[in-house]
Design a protein around this ligand. Structure first.
Ligand code: ZN
Length: 281
């Protein structure tokens, strides 16, 4: 029998405080970055096939545009420092700083000990979506990536076109690593275009049909030299299921866009985190 204290309601009524107020975070100059991104020209285009992944290198000061092509499709994105796979996207800290879902003005942060912005979101055609009546929103940093291990655990079958496996193969090719070595670098993703949340009654992770339509895009301004790896999730728009060949899947496009000369005057790439790493010793 559950022992409910007399002051249970009073304890629940305590007002929450924001864990990480972001007022003191260094602010990107959004006016400069957004103007530069708006005038940028596409110079390289990589199509990510459905149920597969692809990679692209995006030098600091350029823009990575991820767009939907033929139909509603969700993408699982990994980001690395182009010359150092040890510095990778840190979805947990990005979530702690910006919330469960990201949009224009938010930044994608890298792992310890680097902890600096890898990219700044400068455009998001799904920015209008906000938070729906179920608590769902778009572009989450709460999911992990669909993977064959959880599939084996829950369903007892092996499925090889999960985002984890797609990202592993694409990273192995891009970084010229054996598959097993590449797999160790694959990390929790930015769920591009995915619409997710947590149920209010049971706190469970949910997904629903993505509101993305062909032509929708998100622009990531590269703050450092990036290697981006994107999987077109086998869940398609993630309206019903993932980790199978059942859902309708569509390609995604990654486009590298270069700003006009002079448009980024005054902008400098962020340095790695200044903590001295002595850890009290
Ligand atoms: Zn997936």
């Amino acid at each position: 029998m559950m022992n409910i204290p007399d002051d249970a309601d009073a304890r629940r009524a305590v007002t929450p405080v924001i864990c990480y107020p972001t007022d003191s975070l260094p602010r990107p100059d959004m006016t400069v970055l957004q103007a530069a991104a708006a005038a940028a020209q596409g110079v390289e285009r990589v199509v990510v096939a459905p149920r597969d992944a692809a990679a692209i290198r995006v030098p600091a000061g350029s823009v990575l545009r991820i767009s939907a092509l033929d139909g509603p499709q969700v993408g699982d994105l990994n980001l690395f420092a182009a010359d150092n796979l040890d510095e990778r996207f840190y979805s947990g800290k990005t979530r702690a700083l910006h919330g469960t879902h990201v949009t224009t003005g938010d930044r994608l942060w890298s792992s310890f000990p680097y902890l600096r912005p890898m990219a700044t979101i400068v455009a998001d055609t799904l920015g209008w979506y906000g938070i729906d009546q179920f608590g769902g929103s778009v572009h989450d940093v709460i999911g992990t990536r669909c993977d064959p291990y959880t599939g084996r655990l829950l369903a007892g079958v092996d499925y090889h076109q999960c985002c984890h496996s797609n990202l592993t193969r694409a990273l192995a090719d891009a970084a010229q690593l054996p598959l097993a070595q590449a797999e160790r670098h694959v990390h929790d993703v930015l769920n591009v275009f995915m619409c997710t949340g947590f149920t209010r009654d049971t706190g469970q992770y949910f997904m629903k049909a993505s509101p993305v339509r062909p032509g929708d895009y998100i622009d990531l301004f590269a703050e450092i030299d990036l290697l981006a790896v994107l999987s077109a999730c086998p869940g398609g728009d993630c309206s019903a299921e993932h980790s199978s060949d059942t859902a309708a899947c569509y390609p995604l496009v990654m486009e590298r866009r270069v700003p006009q000369a002079g448009d980024l005057d005054g902008w400098v790439p962020p340095a790695v985190n200044a903590y001295d790493r002595s850890h009290g010793r």
